[in-house]
Design a protein around this ligand. Structure first.
Ligand SMILES: [Zn+2]
Length: 160
């Protein structure tokens, strides 16, 4: 068996957890605390974390059927198998994230630019949602801070 169910993430013995950058609480159902440990999926999540070298902020991982219904999840959502993860893009470049996720073996991708996360899963290869808009952050250091620009403009206006 590569999946193990726990009625609460607190019941997971320390010896059963081997993904150093994630905790049972982060992966457990946010509505019930239940946890389905899907080992192959967690191995891929850890591989993705290792490849990117930056924290992965998990917005949603395993979902119990009752919580999946409550949040309006798809009836056959891979979250129900513990094989899907919604990862915040606050600290990631979405393009680099997607490439790395594909390299480690994730095949399903859902893009939620307005909510700021990407869904990755181990279901069939497919994708949905609109890609994230290209960010300016890659060149942010070369852009003058907005406040200075404003100050300059005010100066121009108030000068006689
Ligand atoms: Zn998802």
């Amino acid at each position: 068996m590569t999946t193990t169910f726990h009625r609460h993430w607190r019941d997971v013995p320390e010896s059963a957890w081997r993904w150093p950058n994630f905790s049972p609480a982060e992966i457990a159902c946010r509505g019930t605390g239940k946890l389905l440990i899907n080992e192959p999926a967690l191995d891929k999540l850890q591989a993705l974390r290792d490849r990117l070298g930056k924290p992965l902020i998990v917005r949603s991982a395993y979902r119990s059927p009752e919580h999946n219904r409550a949040v309006g999840g798809a009836t056959r959502s891979k979250h129900l198998d513990g094989a899907a993860f919604d990862i915040a893009m606050a600290n990631h470049d979405p393009v680099a994230f997607e490439a790395a996720a594909r390299e480690v073996g994730f095949r399903g991708f859902g893009f939620y630019p307005r909510s700021g996360f990407i869904h990755v899963d181990l279901g069939p290869a497919r994708q949905w949602g609109e890609r994230f808009p290209v960010r300016e952050t890659a060149f942010a250091e070369e852009t003058p801070p907005a406040r200075e620009v404003l100050a300059e403009r005010r100066l121009l206006v108030t000068k006689p």
